[in-house]
Ligand binder design. Structure first.
Ligand code: HEC
Length: 153
């Protein structure tokens, strides 16, 4: 009797552990999708801004919208975009992200004031100011990518 009960409990907890295990795997996938989406949104915003800066058809309104999207993305909680160990497979996230977390998180935080400058510049409508502010944002992206994003495989 006692051993049967034990077996039942063992089976049940193995099942629970497996469920948790799948949930973690799915979580990792959805987290990685979510951050890919966030990064791509920012990439698109930078492209839109660049079109205006290079006089290739973008408008000041496009830049304003881009700055708003950048600001929103930069406000996301970096810890939920990069939970511990969320790399592997196609991901180019370097393991150093989690061993140098403070540096990584600081670089993410630096994005916000850079995006704020772009918002200001967009409001002025001045192409040179916008170009300079875009340079600032680009630098914030690049600093982190150089250090924490692995080269394309
Ligand atoms: C604090 C670090 C950090 C900052 C700041 C940052 N990124 Fe990233 N970005 C990463 C990492 C790490 C990856 C790789 C993620 C992966 O492959 O799992 C990445 C990936 C990307 C990708 C590829 C997405 C994909 O999977 O297709 C784009 C595009 C991108 N970033 C754009 C930007 C832009 C534009 C900015 C600035 C506005 C920016 N990033 C700022 C760390 C950062």
């Amino acid at each position: 009797m006692a051993s049967r009960k034990f077996l039942t409990i063992t089976a049940a907890s193995t099942l629970l552990a497996c469920l948790a295990c799948t949930a973690v795997a799915q979580d990792k996938e959805s987290v990685m999708k979510m951050r890919e989406q966030t990064m791509k949104t920012m990439g698109g915003a930078m492209q839109a801004t660049g079109k205006f800066v290079k006089n290739e058809g973008g408008t000041v309104d496009d830049v304003k919208a881009a700055a708003a999207r950048l600001t929103e993305a930069a406000s996301k909680d970096i810890a939920s975009l990069f939970p511990a160990g969320s790399t592997g497979g196609e991901s180019r996230a370097k393991p150093e992200i989690w061993t140098s977390w403070d540096v990584f998180a600081k670089q993410w935080a630096d994005l916000k004031p850079a995006a704020a400058k772009l918002t200001e510049a967009a409001a002025s409508g001045d192409r040179q100011q916008i170009a300079a502010a875009m340079g600032g944002v680009g630098k914030a992206c690049g600093t982190c990518h150089d250090q924490f994003r692995a080269p394309k495989q």
